[in-house]
Design a binder for this molecule. Structure first.
Ligand SMILES: C[S@@+](CC[C@H](N)C(=O)[O-])C[C@H]1O[C@@H](n2cnc3c(N)ncnc32)[C@H](O)[C@@H]1O
Length: 159
C-alpha cells in the first residue's frame, strides 16, 4: 500500500526530525511512506475571524492539491473519531482488503483545518481530545502507522 503524509511546513525541532527518521526507517520494510510538505501560510498576529478563515482556506487548498483524487484521505482532527491503535490497524487492513492501494494522511497547520479539508476527508481521526502541535502529531502519526503494521502482522512491539 502506498502511504502519503501531507503536512504543513518543515519540522523545526531536531528531536522530532530524528524521531520521524527513526520511524521512516522502521516502516520501510512494510510500506512506502511519502512525506509531502506545503509551505506555512503567514497569519497576522491578531487575525480577525475573516482573516483566519481566509488563511485556513488557502492552506487547505494547497494541502488538498497534494491529495490524488483516488486516494483514501484520513484527516487528523482533534474533533475526529477517537480510535484505538487496534482500530486504526483494522481500518488499514480493511482498506487493503478492499483493494484501496493509495492512502493519504493529512495533518492541519498551526491554526487547524479548513472546511474544504474536512469535507474531502473520507475519515477524520483524533489521537486524543487534547490538542497537540501539528509538528508533534507528525511523529505520533508515524509511530501509530508503524504500530498498525506490527499489530496486523501479529509481531511483537504493541504492548
Ligand atoms: C495545533 S493543531 C490545530 C488546533 C486547532 N484549534 C484545531 O482545533 O484544529 C494542528 C493540527 O494538528 C493535528 N492535531 C492536533 N491535535 C490532534 C489530536 N489530538 N488528534 C488528531 N490530530 C491532532 C490536526 O491536524 C490539527 O489541525
Amino acid at each position: 500500500m502506498k502511504i502519503r503524509i501531507v503536512a504543513v511546513g518543515k519540522l523545526k525541532e531536531k528531536y522530532l526530525r530524528e524521531g520521524v527518521a527513526e520511524y521512516e526507517k522502521r516502516l520501510a520494510p512494510f510500506a512506502s511512506v511519502e512525506l509531502l510538505e506545503t509551505r506555512e501560510e503567514y497569519m497576522a498576529e491578531n487575525p480577525s475571524e475573516a482573516q483566519r478563515q481566509q488563511t485556513l482556506a488557502k492552506e487547505g487548498e494547497r494541502l488538498l492539491r497534494l491529495v490524488p483524487e483516488r486516494s483514501f484521505l484520513i484527516v487528523l482532527d482533534v474533533k475526529g473519531k477517537l480510535l484505538s491503535s487496534e482500530a486504526l490497524a483494522k481500518e488499514l487492513a480493511s482498506l487493503a482488503l478492499q483493494g484501496q492501494s493509495d492512502l493519504t494522511f493529512l495533518i492541519g497547520g498551526a491554526f487547524g483545518l479548513s472546511p474544504a479539508v474536512r469535507d474531502r476527508a473520507d475519515l477524520r481521526i483524533s489521537f486524543s481530545p487534547m490538542t497537540f502541535t501539528h509538528q508533534m502529531v507528525r511523529l505520533l502519526l508515524y509511530e501509530q502507522i508503524y504500530r498498525a503494521f506490527k499489530i496486523n502482522r501479529g509481531e511483537k512491539y504493541h504492548w
